[in-house]
Design a protein around this ligand. Structure first.
Ligand SMILES: O=P(O)(O)OC[C@H]1O[C@H](O[C@H]2O[C@H](CO)[C@@H](O)[C@H](O)[C@H]2O)[C@H](O)[C@@H](O)[C@@H]1O
Length: 247
């Protein structure tokens, strides 16, 4: 198992003593390695087991907080369990979104179609509260950047831009992972929270939490998280160590 930095291990030991405890994680790039095709991003070995172990501890709630829609997250991850499922960057919190949002999203998708039409490898993912412009498969990186720039130009002030790894999402709500996490913390009256994330949209969650919480960035890049591990195997090691401490 990946060895954890001493400060991270100490922080996990401290938060493990608190109840109620919220253990929340982003999905892509954290619990699953990034893949060319989003539906191929299955959980890393050990993820299902460690989440189940954590959720079985009295006073611990496990939450999956993803940019994916909840239905997609459930299907792609194959995870089942007594978890809180927060999708669409926090817009799907209590259940599916309303039809009015879907109509705005479909109109947005129509406007974005020409942006990807002639660029090989660029494609649109139409999600519950957003349209994601994907460029991971565009070989020429200058063309990929140009597609994202053009998509950015299609955004009016009613939309929220969510940049990510080889993707730009245009969302029809202003929900973010930080507000969603704070809503969960309040609902559970959590005395401590652990959050793992790897991407730009996870920074809202890192910033929302307090100094006594444990925030872990997966991979490189500037971050507001207090701790870092290198890859999804490291994320599994963090969750495994926490399960051990709670055991
Ligand atoms: O918040 P997350 O759980 O990290 O979800 C963020 C986005 O993840 C997916 O896209 C990313 O992962 C794909 C699979 O590895 C990869 O092909 C893509 O380039 C990445 O941007 C998903 O497709 C998006 O809908 C999520 O918002």
């Amino acid at each position: 198992m990946t060895a954890l930095p001493a400060e991270l291990d100490e922080a996990l030991a401290a938060v493990a003593a608190r109840r109620p405890l919220l253990v929340a994680s982003d999905y892509d790039g954290v619990l699953a390695r990034l893949r060319d095709e989003p539906s191929a991003a299955v959980p890393e070995p050990g993820v299902a087991e460690v989440l189940a172990r954590l959720a079985a501890v009295d006073g611990v709630t496990v939450a999956l907080v993803s940019g994916r829609g909840v239905a997609d997250l459930r299907t792609t991850s194959g995870l089942t369990g007594p978890y809180r499922w927060v999708g669409s960057h926090g817009a799907e919190f209590d259940g599916p979104l309303t039809g009015e949002l879907a109509a705005r999203r479909d109109d947005l998708a129509r406007r974005l179609e020409p942006v990807v039409a002639d660029v090989e490898g660029a494609w649109l993912e139409v999600k519950p509260a957003s349209v994601a412009v994907h460029v991971r498969l565009v070989e020429d990186r200058a063309s990929a950047a140009a597609v994202l720039e053009r998509a950015r130009g299609e955004a009016d002030s009613s939309l929220t831009l969510k940049p990510g790894k080889d993707v730009l999402e245009l969302a029809v709500t202003d929900a973010d992972k930080g507000s969603a996490l704070l809503r969960l913390v309040a609902e559970l009256d959590a005395a401590g929270t652990v959050y793992l994330g790897d991407d730009v949209t996870d920074e809202d969650a890192f910033r929302a939490l307090g100094p006594g919480d444990v925030t872990v960035k997966i991979g490189d890049g500037a971050t507001a998280a207090r701790h870092r591990v290198t890859d999804p195997a490291g994320a599994v090691a963090v969750l495994g160590r926490l399960a051990e401490l709670l055991g």
